[in-house]
Design a protein around this ligand. Structure first.
Ligand code: ZN
Length: 203
């Protein structure tokens, strides 16, 4: 099972970190050991002083996909969840400055809290899915899938050109604007439409 993530997939987020808007999806991966399920707490790692939350929609592959055409890609996933792409921003910025891979800044243990998956067709509006993140009760991020630079179908099309997508693989589809630092003692809540899906305490 593989976990793909997409960087800079919302224009407003690319701009807030002063990154250019990509012409093709920016794909990276996290190891399975990054997953944090069942509302387990996140333990702040000692190697970073700047862990950021990034709230994201996550799709789960329902079939193997290789060289999938954009127009058929919607047949390859049918469940969705919300997750956090925790990022050690200080490490990431140092690695980026050297042009190095950023795995340790993105793939560390517990860096991918995820909710349970729900059927896509249980949502009110599958064409424009709303999700949001609250930090200690205050809304910090609120996104809509219509604002994705590369939509779910295009991501499946693009990744499957290079890497076989297998049934059960996850794709974290990118974060909207509003990312920010977490502190020990914080509580993060993620919503899919109006439904509280994920709670993550920072310890
Ligand atoms: Zn992200």
């Amino acid at each position: 099972m593989k976990i793909f993530c997409i960087g800079r997939n919302y224009v407003d987020h690319a701009k807030e970190l002063k990154n250019p808007v990509p012409k093709q999806p920016l794909v990276f991966m996290k190891p399975i050991t990054a997953l944090l399920k069942d509302n387990k707490p996140f333990y702040y790692p000692d190697f970073s002083k700047e862990i950021h939350f990034e709230a994201e929609l996550v799709i789960k592959m329902s079939r193997h996909a290789k060289h999938v055409d954009v127009k058929f890609a919607h047949k390859y996933f049918d469940e969705i969840a919300v997750g956090i792409d925790f990022t050690a921003r200080d490490l990431q910025n140092a690695l980026k400055a050297k042009g190095h891979p950023w795995e340790i800044a993105k793939g560390f243990d517990g860096s991918a809290p995820i909710s349970q998956f729900v059927p896509l067709n249980s949502l009110k509006n599958t064409e424009n899915i709303n999700f949001s993140l609250k930090q200690n009760g205050e809304e910090k991020q609120n996104g809509f899938s219509q604002d994705l630079i590369f939509n779910f179908s295009y991501l499946i099309h693009h990744i499957s050109k290079y890497i076989l997508l297998q049934k059960g693989d996850y794709i974290f589809t990118g974060t909207p604007a509003g990312v920010g630092p977490v502190s020990i003692g914080d509580e993060l809540e993620l919503f899919l439409e109006d439904e509280l899906m994920l709670t993550c305490a920072v310890k």
